[in-house]
Design a protein around this ligand. Structure first.
Ligand SMILES: [Zn+2]
Length: 416
C-alpha cells in the first residue's frame, strides 16, 4: 500500500478514552448534547428522529460511569450511533460489509452480491485468526492471511469496476472516519464538480474554504491542493493536513465538518485554533524548510518528509528543546506499538514533563510541539514566566516574520 504520512491534530478528546479506562473516576459525568454531537448535521433530523435520539442520549447521560459499567457505556454509544445512521446521518463505517450495504445503489447488482460475500468470508477468516492468535498453530494463520489477501484483491477489482477506489475505503476504515468529498483547489478557489449535487453542501464547503483563506495568508494558500470534508464522529481529529502525492509543497487540508461548524452554522473556536496549528505545519514542512531527499545520516533533525534544513524553524526548535528526549522519540517510533500503546507512552511522557508542553498533544513529537506552540503563540499574550513551555512560545517571538503572521491572523480573525 502506498505510504502516506499523516500529520494529525487530535485536539478534542484525544485522551478521553484512555482517561476513562485508566482512571475511570467514579463520578465521571457524561453530558452528551445531540446538537453538539452532530453539529451542523443536526439540522438534517426530523422531529421524530430528534425525540428518539434524545431518549438514547438521556439514557447515556443518566448512566453513572464507573469501572464496572464502562462497557455498558460503550454499548449505549454504539446504539446511539446506529440510530443516528438509521436517521440517514453518516458516521464512520465499522467494516467493508457496512460500507457496501450503505452504498448498495452505486453498485452493479451482481458485483454487489459478490463483494458482500467476499467481505463476509474475510470477516469470518479474521475471526479464525483472532482465535488462532491465542494458540501456537502458526501454519494455519499464514494460510488464512494468504486467503484474505487474495479475497481482498478480488473485492478491490470489483470495486474499481464500479468506480469506487478501494484505497479510499481502506483509509476510511483505518482512520475510522467517513469522507464526504475531496475538492480540488484551482487559483485559490474550490473546483466544484458535478458530483456534488446538494446545493446546501456546496454553500457549506465554500464557507469553510473562505474561512481558511481568511486565516491563512495567500502565499501559503498556494500550498493547498485539495480540501477534504470528512467526519470521524464527535470530537477526535478536528482537522489535519497531509502531503498530496508526496510533494512537499502540495497539501490536502481535511476538515471534520461536524466538529467545525455548530448547528447554528457558526465556526467553533477549536476549529480556528486547529487551523492555526495546521498552518504551522505548512510553514515548517515545505521545501524552503526541508531538503527534498531523506538522508538518515543527515546532521539535522530528520522526519518522514525529509531532513530539515539547518536554519529551518523545526531544526532550531528541535536542537533547543528536544535533543534530550531522543530516547523517548525513538520509543514512540517503534513499529510494533499499537496506536493505544503509543498514546499511552505519549501521555505518560507528558505527565512527567508537564511544564515543557503547552498541551498534552504537543508531547507527541517536535513537529506537533512546534504546531501547538505556534497556536498558543497566536491566541495568547506573550508569557512572562520562564517555564520551558513559555520559553518555547518566546522562542517564536525571535522571528519577525512569525510575529507578523501572528498579527495578521489576529487582525483577520476579527473580521469573521
Ligand atoms: Zn498537527
Amino acid at each position: 500500500m502506498k505510504k502516506r504520512y499523516f500529520i494529525l491534530l487530535l485536539i478534542l478528546g484525544f485522551f478521553i478514552s484512555k482517561f476513562i479506562y485508566d482512571y475511570a473516576p467514579l463520578d465521571y459525568e457524561n453530558n452528551i448534547d445531540l446538537k453538539t454531537y452532530l453539529g451542523i448535521d443536526y439540522n438534517k433530523l426530523n422531529n421524530k428522529d430528534i425525540d428518539k435520539l434524545n431518549e438514547k442520549v438521556n439514557e447515556i447521560n443518566n448512566l453513572k460511569i464507573n469501572r464496572k459499567n464502562i462497557n455498558k457505556y460503550y454499548e449505549l454509544i454504539e446504539e446511539l450511533n446506529n440510530e443516528i445512521k438509521n436517521a440517514n446521518i453518516s458516521l464512520p463505517y465499522t467494516d467493508y460489509k457496512e460500507y457496501l450495504e450503505e452504498n448498495k445503489k452505486n453498485f452493479n447488482k451482481n458485483d454487489y452480491e459478490k463483494a458482500l460475500s467476499i467481505s463476509e468470508d474475510i470477516n469470518s477468516l479474521n475471526e479464525k485468526i483472532d482465535k488462532l492468535n491465542n494458540s501456537k498453530v502458526i501454519e494455519n494463520l499464514y494460510d488464512y492471511k494468504d486467503k484474505i489477501k487474495i479475497l481482498e484483491e478480488e473485492r478491490g477489482k470489483l470495486l474499481i469496476k464500479n468506480n469506487v477506489d478501494p484505497y479510499f475505503i481502506d483509509n476510511s476504515l483505518e482512520e475510522n472516519n467517513v469522507k464526504f468529498n475531496l475538492i480540488g483547489i484551482e487559483n485559490k478557489e474550490l473546483n466544484i464538480t458535478k458530483n456534488i449535487e446538494n446545493k446546501s453542501d456546496i454553500i457549506l464547503y465554500e464557507k469553510i474554504w473562505s474561512y481558511i483563506k481568511t486565516i491563512i495568508p495567500k502565499d501559503y494558500i498556494d500550498f493547498i491542493s485539495k480540501l477534504e470534508i470528512y467526519t470521524d464522529g464527535y470530537e477526535d481529529t478536528l482537522a489535519y493536513v497531509i502531503n498530496d502525492e508526496e510533494i512537499l509543497n502540495k497539501w490536502i487540508i481535511a476538515v471534520d465538518l461536524r466538529d467545525s461548524i455548530d448547528y447554528k452554522g457558526n465556526f467553533n473556536t477549536e476549529f480556528r485554533n486547529t487551523l492555526i496549528h495546521e498552518f504551522m505545519h505548512l510553514i515548517s514542512l515545505n521545501n524552503t524548510q526541508i531538503e527534498d531527499d531523506l538522508n538518515q545520516y543527515a546532521e539535522t533533525y530528520t522526519i518522514d518528509e525529509g531532513s530539515l534544513k539547518k536554519d529551518s524553524y523545526l531544526n532550531v526548535f528541535y536542537n533547543k528543546f528536544w535533543k534530550n528526549h531522543r530516547n523517548y522519540l525513538d520509543k514512540t517510533q517503534r513499529d510494533y506499538l499499537s496506536e493505544e500503546e503509543k498514546q499511552e507512552l505519549i501521555y505518560d511522557f507528558y505527565l512527567e514533563h508537564e511544564n515543557e508542553f503547552v498541551s498534552d498533544y504537543a508531547a507527541t513529537n517536535p513537529v506537533e510541539d512546534l504546531a501547538e506552540t505556534f497556536m498558543y503563540f497566536v491566541i495568547e499574550d506573550k508569557p512572562k514566566d520562564n517555564s520551558i513551555k513559555s520559553e518555547k512560545i518566546k522562542f517564536l517571538y525571535n522571528y519577525e516574520e512569525l510575529v507578523n503572521l501572528r498579527n495578521f491572523i489576529i487582525e483577520k480573525d476579527k473580521t469573521v
